[in-house]
Design a protein around this ligand. Sequence first.
Ligand code: ADP
Ligand code: MG
Length: 356
Amino acid sequence: MAHLAVHGVVKRFGAQTVVDGLDFAVARGELVSLLGPSGCGKTTLLRLIAGLVLADGGRITLAGRELAAVPAHRRNVSVVFQNYALFPHLSVRENVGFGLRARKLPGAEVAPKVEEALALVRMQAFADRPVTQLSGGQQQRVAVARALVVQPDLLLLDEPFSALDRKLRETMQIELKALLKARAMTAVFVTHDQDEALAVSDRIAVMNAGRIEQFTDPGTLYAKPATAFALDFVGLSTRLAGRVAAVDGERLQVETAAGALRVEAGFSRGAPVLVGVRPERIRLGPGGEGDNTVQAVVSDIVPLGARTHVYAQAIEGDRLLCELPGHADLGGLAPGATTALHWPVADTLVYPAPAA
Ligand SMILES: Nc1ncnc2c1ncn2[C@@H]1O[C@H](COP(=O)(O)OP(=O)(O)O)[C@@H](O)[C@H]1O
Ligand SMILES: [Mg+2]
């Protein structure tokens, strides 16, 4: 049985439906991300689970308990807010102990739990500091310690790394994941950053306009995006608008501005589609049997260190992108040259054309 289960939850603000009949289930000990663009309803869903806003419909259960009638402070859910929301007039130790004192735990029991939580995030040396005198990374550690010290059934984190610079963010992601895994904590991260979701999650729920479009492990999400939105939101891709020109058994032929392509999925003749390919699946030069091949003029070559991106000219709305290892020999290829891009039919993704 799911540890956290969200069934058909609806939340409206005025005429706007922000969470739209959403289903979502998380197993005990799982680290899950809600990944989606700004405004898609991620924070609202988090607040619904925490009990900070009330749903207009649906059900949420945690550890087998229906939450509708349970107020936020009795749900045993901890939240790490985007800005950490530390109490500025309290020290590090007082911030971490706050939840335990609020639960009326005797002082003698509070102290050792607080020390343990501080040790967990390596902040013992800063215990007596005002939180206003901490760096961003240290503030985040305090917020995490404050959330974990009460031993919640569920930890919710709203864009917990967004205030940190890139290097620190990557370190903190690895650190926090290890810490939560070691404690078998169940956690839901909210983020709009795909790299963050990929770094911290067992599974990622791609959210769009109040709904979850796909909920799967990071590898599957990247290799087999279920929708054109998921393809676009996670990772880079070559994408070509087209129309099914012929159906030949299991294979379809799709006409695009870059030429005819073969795809493997079930659409009927005349259907407008979007064809996608992950850029590292694409090779340059003449293709072989079982490949789709496109002739195009190179428009830009972007060296990115470990990788090199080769862009080719495409009509507005389309994109032709090939990703090669940074050490690949480009054989003197330069912008303006015509080259062939080819990739296996089996790696050719196809979706109904997104509404304009
Ligand atoms: N308290 C509120 N009152 C009215 N509208 C809100 C409120 N909270 C959020 N919204 C709206 O709901 C939508 C989703 O917001 P939010 O859940 O914060 O998105 P996200 O966290 O994915 O960026 C936005 O359009 C936002 O303006
Ligand atoms: Mg948000």
